[in-house]
Design a protein around this ligand. Structure first.
Ligand code: SF4
Ligand code: SF4
Length: 452
């Protein structure tokens, strides 16, 4: 087992970490697919409002890559198709019926997987709607099967303690996980099983075949970060990766021949003892994840992580690829003489705020504690960046439209963790600018590839 120690990053000290308690909720009435959260996908609908669908029926596919299919997370009636600005499809809502009929697919054993061809296995995952779970670096798009990655990284555990623990999602599912790994080993030369060891007393390897043990601060567990610190050749830049929970879903699909809808999600509202794991299903409505009133009059719901997730409302749905819901207080206070107060309870990396020196978890809210201003060259963003690029220089290059310069400064190494924005005392949206530039560059590269 390789030991990978990541130095840069930020130690999470946010109150309300979900415990390892696993709860259930009453059966849900609605689930949804959330097309706009699939990266680089232009959805073309295969259904319309009022249609009857089974669990695993085709809902939409990608206009640019029609082989990418997205299936229904439930059986019932298409209740609504919700459009956002510029006709973006925000959600396809399914009202579940009592029987929830399911599409069926071929099932496979370990020995079937050994004898099936790589192309046939890929086609099976494509038609079964599981392929979008596999992502490709550096752009984090859905994996391109025509490429041959040097390795597939399967991550177990996260340096963000608000993400689900493999101790929970692999419990009683080791056989599915094994089968998923077996299938992944047919798609690449190597499968790296990367475990994030948080160093706590209960931290034990959740699986015997770990290949990489990673330690460090957020976002040390990110496959892009681990790859950056371990790669030996540029050919590894396009490695694939997936989450351990999703690898178990691959195995479940292969073994049962049914589109899997089970999901373990963490839920936290910042109050110690409230946070827990919840056994639920894909595309769950966010308010269906709660079982108690919120402690705030106004709240912000963050899906998928404090730094790289998205904000949503209680009536919106959990997008694929996300497995956490954190609810924080929506606060925009103007603190009198706040600039001279020592700040024992403010979450910050700056050592001018005394909480940065402590180790106790602190409550977090949506207050920005200040306004945007020019860069003061403090260097905090570079200090925390896990891939040792200088975000402020990349940002400045992009600001003057110097893409070549931004690429030379490491734009493609960015793992989109959002940490530089969080620590910036000038409130500059560095990560958003870098992510937007990466997406534009990816689009241009694809257009060039299509034109030749
Ligand atoms: S540039 Fe910012 S978002 Fe990108 S990896 Fe560095 S800290 Fe994370
Ligand atoms: S953290 Fe913000 S203010 Fe400091 S160097 Fe980076 S961009 Fe500039």
């Amino acid at each position: 087992m390789k030991i990978v120690k990541i130095k840069n990053g930020w130690r999470f000290k946010i109150a309300g970490e979900p415990s390892l308690r696993l709860e259930t909720r009453p059966p849900v009435t609605h689930v949804a697919s959330v097309p706009w959260k699939h990266p680089f996908v232009k959805p073309r609908l295969s259904i319309e409002k009022g249609d009857l669908v089974k669990t695993g029926s085709l809902l939409f596919y990608d206009k640019n890559r029609p082989e990418l299919k997205f299936l229904s997370p439930g059986g019932g009636t298409i209740d609504d198709i919700i459009y956002g600005s510029r006709r973006i499809i925000e959600a396809i809502v399914i009202k579940l019926d009592s029987t929830e009929a399911r599409e069926s697919f071929s099932s496979f054993t370990q020995s079937d997987i050994e004898s099936i061809s790589r192309d046939a296995l890929i086609a099976h995952f494509m038609s079964g709607g599981l392929w979008p779970l596999i992502r490709q670096l550096p752009f984090r798009e859905i994996a391109r099967p025509e490429s041959s990655p040097a390795a597939i990284w399967v991550t177990l555990g996260s340096a963000d303690p608000f993400q689900p623990s493999p101790q929970i999602y692999l419990k009683d599912r080791a056989d599915f996980f094994e089968l998923g790994l077996k299938a992944l080993s047919r798609l690449a030369d190597r499968v790296n099983i990367c475990w994030f060891d948080d160093g706590s007393s209960i931290s034990v390897p959740p699986y015997p075949g770990i290949t990489h043990r990673v330690t460090g601060k957020y976002p040390a567990s990110d496959p892009g970060v681990v790859l950056y610190h371990t790669k030996k050749s540029p050919s590894e830049n396009h490695d694939w990766y997936m989450d351990g929970q999703d690898a178990a879903l691959l195995g479940q699909f292969l073994k049962t021949g049914l589109y899997p809808v089970e999901k373990i999600v963490t839920v936290s509202d910042g109050i110690p003892d409230h946070g827990c794991h919840v056994k639920t299903r894909l595309g769950v409505r966010l308010k269906d994840l709660l079982n108690h009133p919120l402690p705030y009059d106004h709240s912000r719901w963050v899906v998928g992580g404090f730094f790289f997730g998205y904000t949503a409302g209680p009536d919106q749905y959990l997008a694929a690829g996300h497995a956490s819901l954190a609810i924080i207080e929506e606060a925009h206070s103007s603190e009198l003489f706040g600039f001279v107060r020592p700040g024992f309870k403010k979450l910050s990396r700056s050592r001018t705020v005394l909480s940065a020196l402590g180790t106790l978890p602190l409550p977090v809210n949506a207050d920005m504690h200040g306004e945007k201003r020019p860069c003061v060259n403090c260097g905090y963003c570079a200090d925390v960046c896990p891939v040792t690029i200088m975000p402020q220089y990349v940002f400045k290059s992009l600001y003057v439209d110097e893409m070549e310069e931004a690429l030379a400064c490491g734009l493609l190494d960015c793992v989109e963790c959002g940490l530089c924005t969080f620590v910036c005392p000038s409130k500059i949206e560095l990560a958003d600018a870098l992510i937007d530039a990466r997406h534009r560059y990816h689009k241009e590269m694809n257009q060039v590839a299509e034109s030749v």
